[in-house]
Each structure stands twice: as C-alpha cells, then as structure tokens.
Design a protein around this ligand. Sequence first.
Ligand code: SD4
Length: 325
Amino acid sequence: MTNRRSFLKKSFLSTSLLLPGVLGSACGSEKKLGEHFKPLILSTWEHGMAANDVAWDILSKTGDLVEAVEQGVKVTELDLTNLSVGLQGLPDREGYATLDASIMKGDGSCGTVAFVRKVKHPISLARKVMEETPHVMLAGQGALQFAMEQGFPIEEEVLSPKAEALYNEWKKSSEYKPIINIENHDTIGMIALGADGKLAGSCTTSGLAYKMHGRVGDSPIIGAGLFVDDEVGAATATGLGESIIRICGSFLIVELMRQGRSPQEACEEAVRRLIAKNKNIDDIQAGFLAINKDGEYGAYSVRQGFNFARHQADGSDLIDSKYKL
Ligand code: SD4
C-alpha cells in the first residue's frame, strides 16, 4: 500500500496571511489566519497544486471561499496539457468536448452545468446558475443559451491538437471501453475550509473520453461529485462517474462524517460501498477526497494511482492516496 508523501513543499508565507482583519473579520474578531479554524484547500490530482496556489492566494487576501474555489479550478480549465478538464479535453465519440461542472457552498447554495459545449469556464457558468437563477442545474443547449445571456465568450468548437490526434487514433477502432483514471485521470475537485469555519467546493471536467453524446458524469451532480455542508464538512470525487453516482458518493461521505466518522474512515466506507455496488470493478477507478470542519482530511481510492494536492498555511504538497485493491 502506498502512503508516500511526495512533498513538494514550497516555502510559503504570504505577507497577507499576517494581516489581521483580512480573514479575521470573517471570524468576528481580529484573529489572524489560522487562529480559529485552520484554512485548508484540497484538490484532486497533481494539477491541483497550481489550482490550490491561486485559490489560496484569493482566500488569504479576501476570505472569499467561493471566489477561491472558482478561480482555483479555472487554472485547470485552461491547462492545455490536461485532457480531462476544459475544452481541450478529450471529446465524446462524436468528436465534441462536452463539459460538466459544479460549485457549492456549505449553506446549501449550489449551481451546476452539464453537457455544455463551447464555454471555456463551465465552473463560472455553474456559479452564475447558483447566483443568478432560481435553479440548481442547467444542461446542454439551455446552459449555452444562459452563457450567452450572461455575456460569456462562446468559443469555436475546435479540438486541441493533442485531443484531435488521440481522437483520430481512437476512431480507428472506436472501441467503447470506459476505463477511467488509468490513463485518463484529470478531473479537478476542490474543497476548501476558511478561517471562519465555512466550506465551499468546486468540480469541473470534460468527463469520460469518447463517451456517448449526451452522457453526464458525477461532477455536476450535487451529492455525487461534490457535496458541502457547513455543519459537517465537504467531499469531492474523481473517477468513473457512473460508479460514483450509483452510491451518491460525496453526500454519503459527508453523512458518514456527520455520524462521527473521520474523513478518512468516511472515504474508505464510500470506496467499500462503490466496490460492492459495481460489478465490473476491474475496469473502474474512483477516488474520494474529504475534509471536516476541524480541518481533518482523508482520501481513498479503489486502486493505486490517485493523489491529491494540499495547501495550508505552512505550504503545499502532493500526497498519494491510500487505496483498497
Ligand atoms: C466523470 N468523474 O465524468 C468524471 C471523470 C473523472 O478523473 O473524474 N476523471 O465521470
């Protein structure tokens, strides 16, 4: 079992962290960052390191959790090396990049978009759904129409050179075999605890490569790919969305934490449940990441290979998750 911590520690001490009142006002006192709740940001996979840096910068300067988790994952949405997030991600079997995203606050506010095309930042669109509509989820053409109304730039539908090359290669056999997170593992889920003890999370993906047109994964399903509750904690997921939706993975983890399980125990129970409920487990990878209000965290995956980025007051690092099989 791998429990190696590959420390990519950076010397980190933003001067803003020392400014009383910036985050302290959110605590209702002149507390410095870390004196009350210890802020913590966790994100799935190695690309979470860069996303966390941006999120942490915003959190430490403004205390704005939602802005932090939105801007953080926008970094990944623009990362041209990432084939599972953003418009440069691998397309569906018809050749279209279709995106899913969600954002949630610990007070229950949430917004999501599913099966959306031509929008560079689905996470920002999900936030608009949360803040500007009476709804939780917009999908497909309706989500695109809403993006236009909100003034989002609408991109041309062109695959990135790398995605196009891989898609052309795939088309030679067109074998539909949804093995995920073995080669294709880059969805970002981010969960964050602020100094005021509040929580927020975000999740964004281009989903399963070569999926059926119209397929939606777990990432925009509140309770599956993401769930946040200020009373308890937050959880997010990565991996084969169908397997995660089947067990309502993120909601399950938060509810287990509510009943007293630690984040680690809750993630492990979710993986056990996922394995029990999915017959074709040999083809499945899925991983969970959780945090509670005390700043304790945990991660667990079906098989080896999942890792996550952590950012806290004394720096950032990349940690290999424990795994079951
Ligand atoms: C999905 N959960 O659409 C996403 C994919 C993923 O790492 O997490 N990839 O099923």
